[in-house]
Design a protein around this ligand. Sequence first.
Ligand code: BJW
Length: 244
Amino acid sequence: MTEPRLRFHPDKSHRITFLTGAGISAESGIPTFRGEKGLWEEFDAEELATVEGFERNPEKVWAWYDLRRTQALQCKPNPAHETIAVLEKSGFDTAVITQNIDDLHRLAGNDRLIELHGNIWKVKCTRFCGVWEDRTAPYPHLPPVCACGSLLRPHVVWFGEMLDESILASAYMRLGETDLCVVVGTSGTVQPAAGMAGIAKASGAYVVEVNLEPTPISDYADESHFGKAGEILPKLFGEYLEQN
Ligand code: BJW
């Protein structure tokens, strides 16, 4: 089998944008949503990832997020996250637009990060007192309650909810000016994220996909590399990384 190689040769004048999904964290031990052993095989998205499900049974939704917070505490960035972080540290103009809430890009060291679907460590008041970070897991009593007396909820985006407007605006601005768009580990099924590689392509970016298998993005990607992100990304970008 031939080694994966990039046909686009980035230099430091290029803007590189990584669009990442659950597959980039699979090798860190975080389950994906779809496919074999995906979360939606075992858990009901209607019950656990919608406002209506939360309103019906906040204890159940919180128990699921608490379990995932506890699991996430054990997980570390893998070579795919690390490659992207070292590229940023090496002086490349990179940005990461992620659908993941697991915080692993930040832990790897990426500063230029756009989190489309929120962050598992952030909670917000259901009456909009505010959003804050909370790295404790699990909560002693579920569901946790805000100082104002209302329920707290995870600061994540559920089905049927709008994404934060300013976050979306930053993502679209970056996509419109990017030269190289690398799409890693997303099934490309959930909007609006699923359309973002297409927006970059329409704005002139060269699109590279890394996934275990073909997705709708493969139809228009300039190159697709099929295999594990933790193995492929270090090979694609290894020659550009400066060792500190
Ligand atoms: C590897 C690998 C390895 C594995 N290496 N690769 C009809 C009714 C109602 C709504 C809609 C509708 N039609 C469309 C909508 C809108 C909806 C949507 O898109 N639904 C589709 C499913 C049809 N979108 C929304 O509701 C969004 N809001 C919105 O659009 O607002 C406007 C609107 C409102 C109402 C109606 C219409 C419009 C919000 C979406 C929020 C998504 N939230 C979740 C949960 C976040 C919180 C949490 O984590 O708990 O986000 S769902 C879940 O899916 C999560 C993910 O971020 C997201 C995407 O998943 P991702 O990352 O692609 O993962 P997978 O598992 O799908 O794929 C993994 C991939 O990795 C696979 O391809 C593997 O092959 C690969 N892989 N291991 C490389 N080692």
